[in-house]
Each structure stands twice: as C-alpha cells, then as structure tokens.
Ligand binder design. Sequence first.
Ligand code: SAM
Length: 257
Amino acid sequence: MVLPQSCVNNGGQASLIRLDHVPQLDQEAPLSEKALRALGLWQARAGEVVTVIDEQMTSYLARLTSLEEGSASCVPFQRLRTPVESPIQIEVYLSLPDEEGFEQVLQKLTELGVNRIVPIKSECSATQEVRVARQEKSHCWLEVIRKASRQCRRAMLPEFLEVHSFTEALSCAATKELKLMLHEGDTTWSLTEGFGSFKPQSVALMVGPEGGFLDNEVEQAQAEGVLPVSLGPRFLRTETAAIVAAALVQSYLGDLG
Ligand code: SAM
C-alpha cells in the first residue's frame, strides 16, 4: 500500500486554539502552550480576533489580548450558537489545473469548511514543476488558506497535503465512508443520487484536470470503491466543479444553508 504523504501546513487538530476550561465571557483567559503553538500556525498577532474552542467543543470569538514568547491570553466575547467546523469531514483531491485559478479554489474550499485539500497529479493534469514555473503565486498557497480561514473565522486550518500521485490519492481517500469522482462521462449517478439515503460522516471528492480523468483512471478508482458521479450536463472548469461539489456535499450532509 502506498502511504499518504505529509501535511505541509500542520492544519487539522493541531491548529485548534483550545481553552482548557469553559470560559466566562469578557474575562481574560490564559492560553496553554498547545494553544500557543496553534496560534503560531495561524501567524496570529495580539489584538486579533480568533475562534477558540473550550473543552466541550463550544466555539467562541475571542480577542488576543497578549501574545508573547511562552505566554498568551485572550478574552472570549461571543459564544457561537453552532460549531464553526462542519460535522462532516470533506476531503478534496484536486488535479492541478495548468492555468490561474488554483488559489481561488483553495480560498473557496476553505470557506466552505473542507477539512483536507490534496493536490493530485493525474494523467492529464499539470505537474507541480510546470505550475511553479508558470505561476509565481504557487508559493503562497498556504498563505491563501491561512487568510481564508481567518476571514471566515474557522476554528482550524484545513490540512493541505503535498502533491500526491493518482494512486497515492486513492490510498489516502480509502478510509473515507463515501468516495466520489467527478466525471462527466456516461455516469449513471448525479452527485446527489450518489449520496442516496446514506449519511456518511466523511466524504472524499476527486476532481479531474481540464483534460478530464482518463478511462483507465476511472476504472482504477472504481476498483477502489470510488463512485463516478456527474454534476449535470455542462462541462465545468476544474475550479468550478470542485467548489460546486464541495458546496453540494456540505449542503446535503453538513452545515451549509
Ligand atoms: N473531460 C472533459 C474534456 O474532455 O475536456 C472536461 C474536463 S472538466 C473541464 C474538468 C473536471 O471537472 C472533470 O474531470 C471533472 O472532474 C469535473 N467536471 C466538470 N464538469 C463536470 C460535470 N458536469 N460532471 C462531473 N464532473 C465534472
């Protein structure tokens, strides 16, 4: 089995800013060393508003009142009625597009509450090297994710993984309860029919490059339990397909809408 490669931004649980007690609103709360490390991942600054969670997983908006080496504190000022993080885990395996637009997808997927984004190299996709050569901005992907997470007040940064090969992506997605491949071929199922009455807690979405997934890739994925699904009769750009599919999954199974 091919092992999934590492997360490059320490997103996920490590980025949660946890309080180790239930706070009183408008009262200063000290932050633990672990929370301090999480703040480092967000590149947070004193005075900034962040989303923190307490030991019962309730989310609060809090202002960072001090942030120094070795110590930090915040004042939680608003308890949020619903958790900021989605109740379902959504992972998007995104073929690298060769044009502009990747940053925008990263931003939108982050806003939509996706947990993990994995760029993949499929047979027709651009390579990381080509993208880096063509696009100066590719070095700022992590910054795009961080900024989007801050802007939409997420409690955790989505994990951003290294570029995976198609086969590595399939093994990485293997543990998800529902695995869907967006494919505009002769697919019998629409994305929403793909859910059926099933209410999975974790969903992997595979999105193809501008040239689409090749038949052998679709067959390989199907053999690994991935269901090819359609988003309707129009051919969408890779970026559009990724954003639309994540929004539909979040709307049907998660907390969007
Ligand atoms: N295969 C096409 C071709 O011949 O040029 C177009 C690929 S499309 C531009 C890029 C990717 O977005 C596809 O591989 C698929 O993952 C997704 N996609 C776009 N439109 C879709 C649709 N209507 N249904 C399902 N997936 C779609």
